[in-house]
Structures are given as C-alpha cells and as structure tokens.
Design a protein around this ligand. Structure first.
Ligand code: ARG
Length: 268
C-alpha cells in the first residue's frame, strides 16, 4: 500500500505543545559527538557563554546549510546561531546523514535538528517541532527538453531523491515510479544530468541553487507539495521548545530572520 502523507498546518503545530509533558531540560547533548562537529563562528572548540546547544544537520542543502570551505554556513546555521545567542548558549553544529538528524534529536545526541526539516505527521510521532520559520515546497527538476512538464507526467518515471526526505516520501505516491535514493541531493542532480534518471524531486530553494549551478536542467513551475520548515526538539524537552519558540518570535519581530533569509535568497 502506498503511504499517504499529510502535511501539518501551522495550527496543528501550535496544538502540539499541548501534548508534551513539562520535564526540566537536561544539560543537553555532550559536545564533540560525530565526525564533523563545528563550533560556532569558526572558533576552536565551543566557547562562549553558557551551555552548548548541539545542532544536528545535513550540510548538503544550500542555501539552508552547506560548506563554505570547512565552515557550515547558510540560513539554518545563522538562525540557530541567533537562537543560541538569544538563549545565552553556544552553538555547536554536527553534520551527519540526513536520515540521522531526527534520530539524533530523539536520542539526545543533539539538542535541536535544524536541516530544512519539513513538519510531517510521521516525524511528530518522534520529535516535537518549533513554530515554523520558513515556507517551502517540493519542486521537480528535469533535463531541458524532457517530456515531463508537470507532476502528472512523473507516472512511470525514474525519480531521484535525497534518502529520507519528504521528496523521497512523496515520490512513493507516484504511480509506477522507480525511486532512486541518493545520500546527497547533489548526487541526484548529477544522475539527472547524466541521463540516468528522469527527474529529481527536491525542496524549492536547493532546487534553484542546483539548477543555477548546472547546465541542461530546469525546474518545473508547478509546486509538487507545499510544506513548512521547523526546528526539531526531543519530546521530553518542552522547556527548550518553549525557549526556541520565544527566540523565533523575537527574530521574526525584530526583522533579523528576514535579514538572514535575504542574505542567502535574492528576491525575484
Ligand atoms: N525538507 C525536506 C525534508 O524535511 C528535505 C530536507 C533536507 N535537508 C537537508 N539538510 N539535507 O525531508
């Protein structure tokens, strides 16, 4: 049977906070886990005031998280940095496979998951989500000259996705489609450029970046799905969730959030 995935709207995200139980937050995850840990602002090791806030991400997702040299930068990295500062904490970023991000929050290896994470009902079984900080959509990328012109044309095609993403989940609903799962979105794009697959389903802003960096491919106009990004927090860490929501609200009202977005995304 095909998996039906329903998107959670902002209203239900609000309701979610009714379910968690109020447990004092622990000291957070131990610093230094994972192979690719990065302290904020390129400092040697996490230093600064207060506790360390460990962020799990998958830095293969421009403009939200990607490498600039050895440093992870992007909208999510800067939002998390601003939130950490607001809470008087020091941010430490851990890069990992995308499909480990939720699990590492769930098991307490990381305090927060910030990875262009779409809020879904399935994920809400395992973690809580903050208020949303960005809208997104899944988009379809095809080779120039492809017969695929709209979502319906994907039937029976070979579709590339990043493993464990909503693109992966939604692709399962396409009739007779063959899904090729890659560890990185960029690898799916490369397979498309080489004619190995017919289309890639991926989030809008990364799609734009990948299309701009590669010739011979284009993004279809029609959105495949509409979604919202939020920060994942462990179910038993209601206190941290509340603090994060407060910080998000103040980043929104001060204009800082928009400032960060504008730094990475040029308005059309
Ligand atoms: N929004 C999609 C999802 O939540 C894709 C996120 C991919 N993020 C990343 N950092 N690679 O499944």
């Amino acid at each position: 049977m095909k998996k039906t995935l329903s998107l959670i709207l902002a209203s239900s995200i609000g309701l979610m906070s009714l379910f968690g139980c109020a447990v004092p937050s622990g000291t957070g995850a131990a610093a230094g886990q994972g192979a690719n840990a990065q302290a904020a602002e390129g400092s040697e090791g996490a230093k600064g005031s207060g506790e360390v806030l460990v962020m799990a991400t998958n830095a293969e997702f421009p403009p939200y998280e990607f490498y600039d040299g050895n440093t992870i930068v992007g909208i999510d990295a800067e939002i998390a940095q601003a939130i950490a500062e607001d809470m008087g904490m020091t941010l430490k970023i851990e890069d990992m496979a995308f499909d480990s991000v939720i699990a590492s929050v769930q098991t307490g290896k990381a305090d927060i998951g910030v990875a262009g994470l779409t809020v879904t009902e399935d994920r809400l079984q395992n973690v809580n989500f903050s208020d949303s900080y960005a809208d997104s959509s899944q988009m379809i990328i095809v080779a120039e000259g492809s017969e695929v012109d709209e979502p319906d044309d994907l039937e029976g095609r070979t579709i590339g996705v990043q493993l464990g993403t909503t693109g992966d989940i939604y692709a399962e609903d396409i009739e007779d489609a063959t899904i090729e799962r890659y560890n990185k979105g960029m690898e799916a794009i490369q397979a498309l450029s080489q004619g190995k697959i017919d289309a890639v389903i991926i989030d809008r802003e990364p799609a734009k970046v990948f299309v701009s960096q590669n010739t011979g491919i284009r993004m279809l106009d029609e959105e495949f799905t509409v979604e919202e990004y939020a920060i994942a927090v462990a179910k038993d860490n209601e206190e941290l969730l509340t603090k994060i929501n407060k910080s998000i609200a103040s980043l929104k009202s001060s204009g800082k959030l928009q400032e960060i977005v504008d730094k990475y995304i040029t308005a059309e």
